[in-house]
Design a protein around this ligand. Structure first.
Ligand SMILES: [Fe+2]
Ligand SMILES: [Fe+2]
Length: 219
């Protein structure tokens, strides 16, 4: 991690309510029966949020005491219900449990970030509007770009594939499902630029397209 970003993270976690929430959630996610949406993912999304906040242009200063808890809690829905298509809503409903140190108005803003974190992905229609919502959404979306995106894509479907409500139980189904993702919308210029630097979402789409082609011989 870049020294400047590490210092920013350390400074934020010295704020008592942020530091306490971070410790509580790290422990919870590490014990939880999730791995694509476990602490490893949450940690990278948090670093993404700091990187985006650092590279924002022509935007006001984001409120990191909203962004940081929203990132830490954005996938908390999976701890209550494994259905990926409602986890943003489940997370928004439950986040207040962890936010005793935030006031009602702040909790409402954090709920908004969690509810909108899927952006305009297929089967979601949750376009983020506030700066903090846009940063959280783009930070999570960066997990789908570049080589991390390839690894995280397979990992996500390994997590869901054995669950009865998901049909993605074969490599062929995973490749076909992940293939179309190419032009997903980013909501900050910094997030878009970071994705482009990693080869964007096209790298992921091309990889899964090639994998699906290779598997044609088997089906
Ligand atoms: Fe999520
Ligand atoms: Fe996520």
């Amino acid at each position: 991690m870049d020294d400047g970003i590490r210092k920013k993270l350390d400074d934020l976690l010295r704020i008592p309510r942020l530091g306490a929430l971070y410790v509580t959630l790290e422990e919870m996610y590490r014990k939880a029966p999730v791995f694509a949406h476990g602490w490893d993912h949450i940690h990278r999304v948090l670093v993404n949020a700091l990187l985006i906040a650092d590279r924002l242009q022509d935007e006001p200063e984001p409120d990191m005491e909203i962004v940081v808890p929203a990132v830490l809690l954005h996938d908390i829905g999976f701890l209550y219900n494994p259905d990926p298509y409602v986890h943003h809503l489940t997370g928004a409903e439950h986040c207040h449990i962890y936010l005793g140190a935030w006031n009602v108005q702040e909790v409402g803003l954090i709920e908004g970030c969690i509810r909108m974190h899927k952006g305009m992905m297929a089967r979601f229609n949750t376009k983020p509007t506030t700066l903090e919502e846009r940063i959280v959404c783009d930070s999570d979306l960066l997990e789908k770009s570049g080589y991390i995106g390839l690894m995280q894509g397979v990992r996500t479907f390994a997590e869901f594939g054995e669950r009865s409500h998901m049909e993605y139980r074969s490599l062929n189904e995973i490749a076909k499902h992940l293939m179309p993702l190419r032009d997903i919308e980013f909501f900050t210029s910094a997030g878009r630029k970071m994705a482009d630097e990693r080869g964007g979402l096209a790298l992921r789409a091309d990889f899964y397209k090639a994998a699906a082609r290779e598997m044609e011989a088997y089906y």
